[in-house]
Design a protein around this ligand. Sequence first.
Ligand SMILES: CSC[C@H]1O[C@H](OP(=O)(O)O)[C@H](O)[C@@H]1O
Ligand SMILES: Nc1ncnc2[nH]cnc12
Length: 263
Amino acid sequence: MEMVGIVGGTGLGSLIEGEEREHATPYGPVRVTLGRFGGRPVAFLARHGAAHTVTPHRIPARANLWAFADLGVRAIVSTAAVGSLRAEHAPESWAIPDQLLDRTYGRADTFYDGDLVRHLPFADPFCPVLRRTAISAVPDAAARACVAVIQGPRFSTRAEADVLRGAGADLVNMTLCPEVALAAELGMGTVTLCLVTDTDTGRDEGDPDAVTADLVFRRLADARPRMAAALERIVSAVPAGYAPRPLIDDEAIAHVLARPVMR
Ligand SMILES: CSC[C@H]1O[C@H](OP(=O)(O)O)[C@H](O)[C@@H]1O
Ligand SMILES: Nc1ncnc2[nH]cnc12
């Protein structure tokens, strides 16, 4: 059975017991745990490190996604904490986003920036098959949402939140770009289970759900058991023989995976 890749976001620095290893990549080593979850083989990595020591704009996303592709991962299920920009996404609710609005800058955001030119079709950033799988597995999650991804590590100003809302974003986060695009550039499909942890700049003055890092960590700690259970349902429901969309040619992927690793 194919290995599913799991990216644990904030609050999910560890998930499974298994073989922990440093996987060498051209972009530096990655700590991956290989084990079983949801009745299938999985590779798990913590986006911010096991003890949340990696800040969002310094996540080694190319190393992480290269390691998954090199391990033979084709489907990635990830988690993300998000702030809500609209009343219909209440704190403690779930969403399975279908769109991204990339407001990050200065991040290494492609594998095709040197010796090979490729242009990824990215109209629908998340895999429709994996999204359907996740929506069935977590029926109380909002089945659509646009996540604006900001640079961080600071949170938004009210003016910035208004701009994001005006641009069509429903939720806000700091990590899904470039992760989702990099996965697709190496032929992997992605779905993300988002937990709404806060109301970002707040719905009104004195809103107790306005974002602070402590609030995000607290909400995630409270939600951890149901988050792990939902993740397990999604992972176990990934269809056998899952094939990602052919958004990029095999020759390009093989070229990137043939790059020499850095030890
Ligand atoms: C600690 S608050 C902000 C932090 O939470 C989210 O992380 P992740 O997407 O990995 O769950 C957000 O993007 C920020 O990195
Ligand atoms: N309000 C917010 N802004 C950016 N990233 C977040 N992650 C969780 N809440 C967030």
